[in-house]
Design a protein around this ligand. Structure first.
Ligand SMILES: O=C(CO)COP(=O)(O)O
Length: 254
């Protein structure tokens, strides 16, 4: 059964106090306003806030915790890095891997992304694997090929069991933080193409069951139409996840 997910990626925003307040608000709004259990909610705060937020959301079975990054190494002399076992020990369930900002500003390549996914999976943490094309690729009409290649050089190297644990997020780079959302038709056709590629790489059933999120300027005004698309199973939300009202309204778009 395919799971619907709305995940908020806070990126490098908020202080400890702001983070506590934001999660408390989201937690309360989700309890009060979101009925049924057709959507899982994930918050992705910066590292220093993970432990306290893990405790805060403990009593709300719909809320889950993700980290924004993980080291490819298990432990040792890697100053500044955070291992999967550390994340596990503070209650982290998911981790972003392959976000375009990490690929761009930290030169993370396919080889490293695969190692990061494997490191997370070895600890039972589920990678949310991000893919998506830059503007020039979209304009050259090469976006389907580009994203399929991103999957082939990373996700394709997971075992069937590992693949079952991951979530895919399609985030066209030209839509991230730009206010320029992909149209629901553009999102749908790419998600369908990703699912087809996954079906070729693994099998039709595993691909059918895979949660594929859309990310890039999603907001309460466009979430309903995006989530109504047959192959869009939720969102990875940046800016709008920093406001409890907007984030909750996006969750309620299912
Ligand atoms: O990068 C994103 C989520 O990971 C999307 O960010 P925005 O929603 O701010 O465009």
């Amino acid at each position: 059964m395919r799971k619907n997910i709305v995940a908020g990626n806070w990126k490098m925003n908020k202080t400890y106090q702001d983070a506590q307040a934001l999660v408390s608000e989201i937690d309360n709004m989700v309890k009060d306003e979101v009925s049924g259990d057709n959507v899982e909610v994930i918050v992705t705060p910066p590292f220093p806030f993970l432990h306290s937020i893990s405790k805060l959301i403990q009593g709300n079975s719909r809320m889950h915790l993700a980290a924004q990054d993980v080291s490819a190494h298990e432990s040792g002399a890697y100053t500044g890095e955070v291992s999967a076992s550390m994340l596990k020990s503070v209650g982290v369930e998911y981790v972003l891997v392959g976000h375009s900002e990490r690929r761009q500003y930290h030169n993370e390549d396919a080889d490293l992304l695969l190692k990061k996914m494997k490191a997370a999976l070895a600890q039972g943490i589920k990678p949310i694997f991000c893919c998506g094309e830059p503007l020039e690729v979209r304009e050259a009409d090469d976006h389907f090929k580009y994203v399929a290649q991103q999957l082939r050089e990373t996700v394709a190297h997971l075992s069937n069991e590992e693949f079952d644990q991951i979530v895919i997020a399609y985030e066209p780079i030209w839509a991230i933080g730009t206010g320029r959302t992909a149209s629901s038709a553009q999102a749908q056709e790419m998600h369908a193409s990703i699912r087809e590629e996954l079906s070729r790489l693994f099998n039709a059933e595993a691909a059918y069951n895979k949660t594929i999120l859309y990310g890039g300027s999603a907001n309460p005004g466009n979430a309903k139409e995006l989530f109504a698309q047959p192959d869009v199973d939720g969102g990875l939300i940046g800016g709008a996840s920093l406001k409890s009202r907007d984030f909750t309204d996006i969750i309620k778009s299912f």
